[in-house]
Ligand binder design. Structure first.
Ligand code: SF4
Length: 257
């Protein structure tokens, strides 16, 4: 089975035209770089390809799954002018499997002594957390315990949270040093905010806490909250944009790097 997959991936990679200024990468809202990881695969560098994929987006495994049917990168692929576009989500899913067997994590800056809490562990919240952690800001994500989730989030979201690719994303984010804490709705008011420099509301389930505490702390809301469920590539973008606003507020600049 793995051999067949390897052959399929090789065939897809060999169809890539290795474009300069690649339209596939330009089209991705989440700033994934398919041109880079496909190029590495083209030269048989599987681990290098997986690293490049993670460097661009630690949550690329989520994008690979959720973008499968409407991938912006694939839609922009120039190869379609000859026959059909390169199946980029399939290549990304293949690399995501490889990531599970690797210990690699992208680099991050030294800590800057700031703490941010994020309410909501969906894609936008995770993307914001990853961005802040890369800038040296300590992040804790709060999310509801399962019974509470059942009351507040539809079953599709629950199934998604339990899915293999979301679990892989949670593991990666956790390994990256981001703390997850499960809470109930009642416990939400007990969260001490003395040491917290800012909070991000990345799920509307948590807006109650924002309403009660926004006088004491800088609060930021991801676009996901404002527009409802979106696709994951845009959720990554919105999460990062929110984190950039937090960086600007806390550090006076959007990026430390
Ligand atoms: S646009 Fe298509 S052909 Fe060009 S680099 Fe991207 S995947 Fe390859």
């Amino acid at each position: 089975m793995q051999d067949i997959l390897d052959i399929t991936i090789k065939e897809e990679v060999s169809r890539c035209l290795l474009c300069y200024d690649a339209p596939c990468s330009k089209a991705c809202p989440a700033a994934n770089r398919p041109d880079k990881f496909i190029r590495a695969l083209y030269f048989q560098n599987k681990r290098g390809a997986a690293k490049l994929m993670l460097d661009a987006n630690l949550l690329s495994g989520i994008c690979a799954q959720s973008c499968a049917e409407h991938a912006y990168c694939q839609g922009a692929c120039i190869r379609k002018k000859i026959d059909k576009p390169v199946n980029i989500p399939l290549i990304q899913q293949y690399l995501s499997q490889l990531v599970e067997q690797m210990e690699y994590l992208p680099e991050k800056n030294e800590t800057v002594g700031k703490n941010v809490i994020i309410f909501g562990g969906n894609t936008a919240g995770l993307a914001a957390a990853v961005y802040l952690q890369q800038q040296g800001i300590a992040v804790t994500i709060y999310h509801f315990k399962t019974p509470q989730i059942e009351q507040n989030i539809n079953l599709a979201s629950l199934r998604r949270a339990d899915s293999k690719y979301m679990q892989q994303a949670y593991n990666l984010v956790n390994k990256f040093g981001i703390e997850f804490k499960q809470i109930t709705m009642n416990e939400i008011d007990n969260i001490a905010n003395d040491d917290i420099d800012a909070c991000i509301i990345a799920s509307k389930e948590y807006s109650k806490w924002l309403q009660k505490n926004d006088k004491n702390m800088a609060s930021f809301v991801t676009g996901e909250l404002l527009t409802g469920p979106d696709n994951d590539a845009f959720a990554v973008k919105k999460g990062r944009q929110t984190a950039q606003a937090v960086c600007k507020y806390l550090l006076g600049r959007e990026e430390v790097v």
